[in-house]
Write a protein that binds this ligand. Structure first.
Ligand code: GDP
Ligand code: MG
Length: 170
């Protein structure tokens, strides 16, 4: 029987620590003998994160020029390229930090259309606690515009797991 690959998506606002977490997780899984395939995403192209992750030896594909949420087919093409190149046991995908709609646009179609290929992990959303204190109004200090706060809150709302990053800063 075809062994399903794990699909892990780590969301969160710009600077929350996603790429750092992806690299650490990828290393930990690799040390355990699992093969990983990483997928990065940004609005621009030539992602620095992609270069950094590749330089650590991880099979990495990028989806430039738009968010996963409006580029589902590109995401699946990237997964297929990784499958051909590295046969990953685990895919780890980092969506762009402004995306707010991952469950409906990625998790759901992935489960419906590709559910035989992937076992989909709960959606983790990383939160920088220092920033969160300000954005959520627990502390005064520089915050975001109302539009950006809307995005920030939406990301938290659709999380299956809210993960506090950088906890040594608290
Ligand atoms: N102090 C601290 N800094 C971190 C931690 N994780 C990430 N960072 C830093 O936070 C910044 C943003 O991290 P990055 O992984 O690029 O975030 P992304 O934009 O969500 O991908 C970088 O300067 C990281 O070095 C952490 O656990 N503790
Ligand atoms: Mg990043």
């Amino acid at each position: 029987m075809l062994q399903k690959s794990r699909y892990i998506m780590i969301g969160g606002f710009l600077g929350a620590g996603k790429t750092t977490a992806v690299a650490r997780l990828a290393q930990r899984l690799t040390d355990r003998g699992l093969k990983v395939g990483l997928i990065t995403n940004d609005q621009g192209s030539e992602l620095v994160d992609t270069k950094m992750l590749r330089s650590k030896g991880f099979a990495t594909e990028e989806i430039p020029g738009g968010c996963f949420c409006c580029r589902f087919n590109s995401l699946m093409d990237a997964a297929e390229r990784l499958e051909d190149a590295a046969r990953p046991d685990v895919f780890i995908a980092e969506p762009v930090g402004s995306c707010t709609d991952l469950v409906a646009t990625v998790t759901y179609p992935l489960r419906r259309i590709y559910g035989d290929n992937f076992s989909i992990a709960p959606l983790s959303v990383l939160v920088d606690p220092i920033r969160a204190r300000r954005v959520l109004g627990l502390e005064t200090g520089g915050s975001f515009s109302p539009k950006v706060i809307y995005i920030y809150r939406k990301q938290l709302e659709e999380a299956d797991v809210i993960v506090i990053s950088k906890c040594e800063l608290l």
